[in-house]
Design a protein around this ligand. Structure first.
Ligand code: NAD
Length: 260
């Protein structure tokens, strides 16, 4: 019987082959669940968050408790300099980035007739430009190393559209076009780029929905429940692993079968 009682994650942390995953919007919800899941998979984790230092500190400690290295960096993904600094700090502390997952996102819902320019711009700047900034900042190192996996978090709203979400749906549809184009561009470098499009997932983002909207949503979901962030993280884990080595440019809906 082996004397080695270390967890797989702890073993991976000591191995020079430990891979590095970068997660945007890691402090909460889907990003948080993804950071934890990839840490369990043995990745060192560099994650960014916008404002909640306490939540980031707790996650940082939780990841380190899994026996891998963790780095939390306060970053505004809508700002390219801020993202470049986040990626540079991650590379300096943990090594080159093997995997990037973009989960940072916001909603500012309004019918188009009432949409303030600021809400339109903030959503596009965070959700779509944020994905561009992260991918732009990691791609050169991945190309040099001829490997990498990127998973961008879109939404079913980006596939089907959703009333009062023209800004959000446009940003999320943009992520799909962006990722498919990127997959075509960098496939020959051994880099994969895929999209995960969740339906209604129980996180802070959906906690604010009123009861009427939640009830309507449940009626349109054949599985009759909201999804869990861990279920999305499980799909991301598959998509960044070798188990999905022939999948790129694909859009995966994870939505309980929602009919919009
Ligand atoms: P959440 O509100 O719980 O978490 C969002 C995260 O993004 C936080 O960590 C926040 O700090 C970060 N963030 C926001 N703006 C940022 C900025 N400018 N710079 C850096 N970080 C920023 O949201 P969630 O439900 O976990 O959503 C995660 C992703 O999944 C988003 O892109 C969202 O659009 C998408 N999504 C969520 C659902 C859902 O039902 N929850 C459904 C479809 C898609």
């Amino acid at each position: 019987m082996s004397e080695n009682t270390q967890s797989p994650a702890a073993e991976a942390a000591e191995s020079p082959a430990t891979k590095v995953a970068l997660v945007s919007g890691g402090s909460r919800g889907i990003g948080r669940a993804t950071a934890l899941r990839l840490a369990q998979d043995g990745f060192d984790i560099g994650f960014c968050y916008r404002s909640d230092d306490q939540a980031a500190k707790e996650l940082d400690a939780e990841i380190a408790g899994l026996g891998v290295r963790s780095l939390a960096v306060k970053t505004d993904v809508s700002d390219s300099n801020s993202v470049r600094a986040f990626v540079a700090e991650t590379e300096a502390a943990l090594g080159p980035v093997d995997v990037a997952v973009t989960s940072a996102g916001i909603t500012r819902d309004n019918p188009l007739l009432m949409m303030p320019d600021e809400d339109w711009n903030q959503v596009i700047d965070t959700n779509l430009n944020g994905v561009y900034h992260v991918c732009r900042a990691v791609i050169f190192e991945m190309m040099k190393r001829k490997s990498g996996s990127i998973v961008n978090i879109s939404s079913v709203a980006g596939v089907y559209g959703n009333a009062t979400q023209t800004n959000y749906a446009a940003s999320k549809a943009g992520i799909i076009g962006f990722s498919r184009s990127l997959a075509k561009e960098v496939g020959r470098y051994g880099i994969r780029a895929n999209v995960v499009a969740p339906g209604f997932i129980e996180t802070d983002m959906t906690a604010g929905l009123n009861e009427k909207v939640k009830k309507q949503a449940l009626q349109s979901i054949p599985l009759r429940r909201l999804g869990r962030a861990e279920e999305v993280a499980d799909l991301v884990s598959f998509l960044v692993s070798e188990r999905s080595s022939y999948i790129t440019g694909a859009v995966f809906q994870i939505d309980g079968g929602i009919i919009i």
